[in-house]
Design a protein around this ligand. Structure first.
Ligand code: NAD
Length: 309
C-alpha cells in the first residue's frame, strides 16, 4: 500500500531528489515556505511553515501522514550570519514536527544531520561513529542538539526517528548556503563561463557524496525494521573525499574551461573544523548499502544533469 509522506523544506537542494524518488511508490505532500510557481507546477508544492506547529499538525491530519522527511533548515555558512535565528529555526522546525507527530498517524520521521556535528576533538583525519563532538558553528550546535533529542525519543520508544550525518552533497540543484557549496558552484560556473571565486583553500579535504547515494541510503534507512538499526542518534555516511584544487583539475581534465581564484573567507574556518574522512562502516553493515557514485562518476553525472555534455 502507498504511504503518505510529508516533506518539509522540499524546495531546497535535496528536496526535489527525495520527491522524485519517493513519488515512485508513495503519495508525497511536498511543502516549503519558498513556493516558486515552477515547483508548484512540477510537484504540487504547498506552503507550510514548519515553525507553525498547528499548521504542521493540520497537514498530518488532513493527509493522514505516515512518514515525515524534515528538511526545513538554514545551512552552515548562512547560519553564521544570524546564529540565534538559525539555531531556533533548525531546532524548532524539528521539535514542531516531533510534537505534531506524537499521538498522530506518523510512524517514522527522517531528519538529516551533518558532518558539522564534529570538531577538532573528533579526530578529523578519520572520524568514527561515536566520538567527542564540540561543534564550533551554530549549525553544528543545532544539529548536535537535535541528535540528542532523536536519541532520547528512540531509546524511550516514544517515536521512531531515523537520521544520517550527511557530508557535502553534490547535485545539479542550487545549494542553499553551505560550506561545501563550491563543489556544485564550480560546475555551475562552467556553464556561465565566469571565473569562480572559491571560498575554500585549494588543499582543504572534505567528504562528499552524490545526491542519489544520499537519497538511496536515506530511503533504505526508512524502510528497514527498527531492530536492524544499531544507532539511536545519527549514522555516519560518506562516499569520497576531495579538495577544491582536485575538483577544479578533474573538471579541466574532462575538457572544460574553468578558471578559479582561491580566496578563502569565513567558510574556511568552518571547513577546518569538519572531518577529512568518515568511518561509515556501521550504516554500510546495517543497511547492506554502499555508494554507487565515486568521484569521477559524480562529476560526470552532475555535468550531464546540467546538460553541459
Ligand atoms: N546539502 C548538503 O550538502 C547537506 C549536507 C548535510 C546536511 N544537510 C541537511 O539536509 C537538509 C536539507 O538540506 P538542503 O541542502 O536541501 O538545504 P536548503 O537550504 O537547500 O533547503 C532548505 C529548505 O528549507 C526551507 N525552509 C527554511 N525555513 C523553513 C520553514 N520555517 N518552514 C519550511 N521550510 C523552511 C527553505 O526555504 C529551503 O527550501 C538540511 O537539514 C541540511 O542541514 C544538507
Amino acid at each position: 500500500m502507498k504511504k503518505n509522506i510529508l516533506i518539509t523544506g522540499a524546495s531546497g537542494q535535496l528536496g526535489q531528489f527525495f520527491i522524485d524518488k519517493l513519488v515512485e511508490k508513495n503519495n508525497v505532500i511536498s511543502t516549503d515556505i519558498n513556493v516558486s510557481p515552477r515547483l508548484i507546477k512540477k510537484y504540487d508544492l504547498k506552503f507550510l511553515d514548519a515553525l507553525n506547529e498547528v499548521k504542521v499538525r493540520k497537514f498530518i491530519e488532513k493527509y493522514h501522514i505516515d512518514e515525515i522527511y524534515n528538511f526545513a533548515s538554514i545551512l552552515s555558512a548562512k547560519a553564521e550570519k544570524n546564529p540565534l535565528k538559525s539555531f531556533q529555526l533548525n531546532t524548532n522546525c524539528f521539535l514542531n514536527v516531533i510534537k505534531a507527530s506524537i499521538s498522530s498517524s506518523v510512524k517514522k520521521i527522517f531528519w538529516p544531520s551533518s558532518i558539522a556535528v564534529f570538531s577538532k576533538e573528533s579526530n578529523l583525519n578519520y572520524v568514527q561513529q561515536d566520538v567527542i563532538m564540540n561543534p564550533t558553528t551554530i549549525y553544528g550546535a543545532s544539529k548536535l542538539a537535535c541528535e540528542k533529542v532523536i536519541n532520547y525519543f528512540n531509546i524511550n520508544g516514544l517515536l521512531d526517528i531515523r537520521s544520517i550525518r550527511f557530508p557535502g552533497i553534490v547535485s545539479s540543484s542550487t545549494p542553499g548556503g553551505g560550506t561545501t557549496d563550491y563543489i556544485v558552484e564550480m560546475i555551475n560556473n562552467i556553464k556561465s563561463k565566469k571565473k569562480y571565486i572559491c571560498p575554500i583553500s585549494p588543499n582543504t579535504i572534505l567528504p562528499m557524496m552524490h545526491v542519489n547515494d544520499a537519497v538511496d541510503a536515506s530511503v533504505k534507512l526508512m524502510s528497514v525494521p527498527r531492530k536492524n538499526i544499531n544507532i539511536n542518534n545519527s549514522y555516519n555516511i560518506s562516499s569520497f573525499e576531495t579538495t577544491p584544487y582536485e575538483w577544479k583539475n578533474l573538471i579541466c581534465q574532462m575538457g572544460y574551461n574553468l578558471e578559479v581564484d582561491f580566496q578563502p573567507d569565513f567558510r574556511q574556518k568552518i571547513a577546518d573544523s569538519w572531518p577529512r574522512k568518515i568511518d561509515d562502516e556501521q550504516i554500510r553493515k546495517d543497511l547492506n548499502w554502499k555508494p554507487k557514485f565515486n568521484k569521477i562518476k559524480t562529476l560526470k553525472s552532475v555535468i550531464e544533469d546540467y546538460s553541459l555534455t
